[in-house]
Structures are given as structure tokens and as C-alpha cells.
Write a protein that binds this ligand. Structure first.
Ligand SMILES: [Zn+2]
Length: 380
């Protein structure tokens, strides 16, 4: 385990060391699982750099990064690892500009890394909350008065008359336990909130909420439901009946959005929620442990197409990759010694035919590498 940032740089200064560390984190028992067919036996090829599936119907080759947030990025793991360490261990998060300066990468690269890391922190399968659970909601969003006339008018049309630009975030906090944040969009009300509570809080829990009508009726479904009536200036009742803990967690979220990220679109908000919740839930562990924990969560990657493209923030350098990921189909030529050997309808088709991962062909098309599968590649 690394002790601190300095230690991290010393230990993971070499790509091979990073790769081996990731292999160990992903498959602790040493059985490498094929990322295409799920076969549990794969051989190491190319001196350990890649694997080849042992299933004779598959034989696919892949790197350790396939199926993780590091997949098909040109950024070396020696940059990814410190990035993860930095973002996880800054109490209020880190901006892409700061990360870019710290790591010596462009802001564009840093921006995308941040989003992928956040996506990874999603605690989708986190257990149900139990015991005493505080539930509350808050609203995050731009101040309408600061917007242009045009934008305000657009909002009014969208929301049927009012220029409302706040996104509801629901927070649930198990006392001495885990926190969950969920960004819900503009729709509010009990029909949104109550199913959400039922999906995330165990029926044997004791709920504490404010006196909002949105929570009315939950007392019948739960062990108990205590209501703190804020409008009566009631904040803390005896026996620990309050919602101060969840409100404290909300202020962490808001502080990081205001202090670091300035402007968060509703579409990206859920990722900031995940980041804050992850940091909160690991508040009792040391920085290095938090980093190691996050490495066990690298499965499943955020694809460019899933990352809503926001022209004002998304850098143009990703445009081509977004096009590729969205599967806007472009024909590709397989080229050998300057001659077109074959033409494929898509990169995917070409990749399957020659038995390499599609990202390798795409790298040739982008001019990042010279050949893939022993051929040159050109757009038709
Ligand atoms: Zn396979």
C-alpha cells in the first residue's frame, strides 16, 4: 500500500508496475477472465502486456484496461493512478485546471479523466441503509437572475411559466453508516421521493425527515418515522431526532460545487453527487486506503457517448472519439504496403475480422499508432 503522494509516484512510476498492480486488483485469484466471452482462462501474450482468451471460439486479445475506466485511453496508468489519488483525497474535489497543472496534462485530458473517475465511484450496488436513517432533499442549480434573457425565456418555456433551474438532490444518511446522494432532475414530489426511499432504505429502519408532505405515509411502511418540524423552529428534539447530519452532507456537496466546479449542469450533477458520497463514506479511512479502495472499483467504464456532450465544456479533441463511440459509421480500408486489401463497413467489423481490439484500429485512424493487426488503416 502506498503511504502518500510521494510514495505513490515512487511506486507507480513504471507502466509495467501499474499494470501488474491493476491485474492483481481485478483478478486477485490469478484467473484472468476474458472480457469478451467471460471464459475464465486466458494466456499472457506479448510479454505480459496483453492476454489471449483460451476459449477456441473466442481467442480474443485484450489488455488489463479493457472493461475498466482506463479502457482505450492514451493516457498511461502512471498518470491515471496519481489522478485518482488526487481527486479522491482532496476534501472538496479538484478542478480539471488544477489537475492538469498537477499532472502536466492538458485541461482537456484532465476534464475527461475526472469524469471517468467520478463515474467509477457510483455506488450502484451499495447495500440498503438501515438503523436510523435521515432523509432530506435539497436543490442545486444556477441562479436564474444571472442568466441571459434568452436562457431564462427558454427555461420558462421548458417549465411551463417559471424560470426554474434547480435540480433536486435526495440525500439519505444512515447514522454512523453510509450516505447516498441521488440527483433527480426537476421532477419533485412524493411520487418521486417515496419509491426512492423504499428502494434504498430497509423497511426495518427508523426514518427521520422534515415535515414536508412528500414523506407523508411512510410511517406505515417503516419501523418508525419521526418528523422534525423546521417551520416551527424545531431543529433538534431529544433522543437525537434531527436531520442535521444529512444537512451537513448537503453542505459538503454544495461547497464542492460552488468552490471547485462553479457550474454544474443537471446532467453532470449525479457524478458530483457520487464523488461527494464516496468521499463521505470513506471519511474514516486514510488517503492511501481510499485510493486502494477505488482501484477495486475500476470495472465498467464511462463511454464517451454516455458522457453527455456539452459543447461549452467538452473539449473539441474528444469530438472524433465521441463520433467513434456513438457508432457513426464510417467505412475503413485495410491497407498493406500502400494497397487497399479490404474495406469494412465499421471499425468494429474490421477489428473482429483481424482479431484485434477496435481501439487499436481507431488509434491508427487517428494517427496515434502506425499499424494494428499487421496492417495500416485508413478511412474510406
Ligand atoms: Zn473469450
Amino acid at each position: 500500500m502506498v503511504k502518500n503522494m510521494k510514495d505513490l509516484f515512487a511506486k507507480f512510476s513504471d507502466e509495467t508496475v501499474c499494470r501488474e498492480h491493476l491485474i492483481k486488483q481485478r483478478w486477485p485469484d490469478g484467473n484472468i477472465v476474458c472480457q469478451y466471452c467471460g471464459h475464465k482462462k486466458c494466456y499472457r501474450i506479448e510479454g505480459g502486456e496483453r492476454f489471449k482468451c483460451a476459449n477456441n471460439k473466442c481467442y480474443k486479445r485484450f489488455r488489463v484496461t479493457v472493461g475498466t475506466i482506463f479502457e482505450s485511453s492514451n493516457i498511461p496508468l502512471t498518470t491515471w493512478f496519481p489522478a485518482m489519488y488526487l481527486i479522491l483525497n482532496h476534501k472538496k474535489g479538484i478542478s480539471s485546471c488544477q489537475l492538469a497543472r498537477d499532472l502536466g496534462v492538458t485541461q482537456k485530458t484532465a476534464w475527461f479523466m475526472l469524469h471517468r473517475i467520478r463515474e467509477q465511484l457510483k455506488a450502484n450496488n451499495s447495500p440498503m441503509l438501515s438503523g436510523t436513517v435521515e432523509v432530506d432533499e435539497t436543490f442545486v442549480g444556477g441562479i436564474v437572475g444571472n442568466m441571459s434573457k434568452k436562457r431564462r425565456a427558454a427555461l420558462r418555456t421548458e417549465n411551463g411559466g417559471t424560470a426554474q433551474n434547480k435540480t433536486m438532490v435526495v440525500g439519505m444518511l444512515e447514522r454512523e453508516g453510509n450516505l447516498k446522494f441521488m440527483a433527480m432532475g426537476k421532477e419533485t414530489g412524493s411520487h418521486v421521493l417515496q419509491p426512492l426511499v423504499r428502494a434504498n432504505v430497509d423497511r426495518n429502519a427508523a426514518l427521520i425527515t422534515d415535515s414536508s408532505a412528500n414523506y407523508e405515509g411512510l410511517s406505515k411502511q417503516y419501523l418508525s418515522h419521526e418528523v422534525v418540524n423546521h417551520s416551527n423552529q424545531e431543529y433538534v428534539r431529544p433522543n437525537g431526532i434531527h436531520t442535521n447530519s444529512i444537512e451537513g452532507a448537503f453542505s459538503l456537496l454544495k461547497r464542492s460545487i460552488i468552490g471547485i466546479y462553479h457550474h454544474v449542469t443537471p446532467k453532470h450533477l449525479s457524478r458530483y453527487c457520487d464523488e461527494t458520497a464516496f468521499r463521505y463514506n470513506t471519511r474514516k479511512v486514510t488517503d492511501p486506503t481510499r485510493f486502494d479502495l477505488s482501484l477495486t472499483m475500476v470495472e465498467g467504464r464511462l463511454r464517451y457517448k454516455d458522457l453527455t456532450y456539452e459543447p461549452e465544456v467538452a473539449p473539441s479533441v474528444f469530438k472524433e472519439q465521441i463520433t467513434l463511440q456513438q457508432g457513426i459509421k464510417r467505412k475503413v480500408h485495410q491497407v498493406m504496403e500502400g494497397q487497399v486489401v479490404r474495406t469494412f463497413k465499421t471499425i468494429k467489423e474490421a477489428a473482429e475480422y483481424v482479431g484485434v481490439h477496435k481501439s487499436r484500429i481507431s488509434k491508427v485512424l487517428r494517427g496515434v499508432s502506425k499499424s494494428a493487426g499487421g496492417f495500416q488503416w485508413k478511412y474510406a
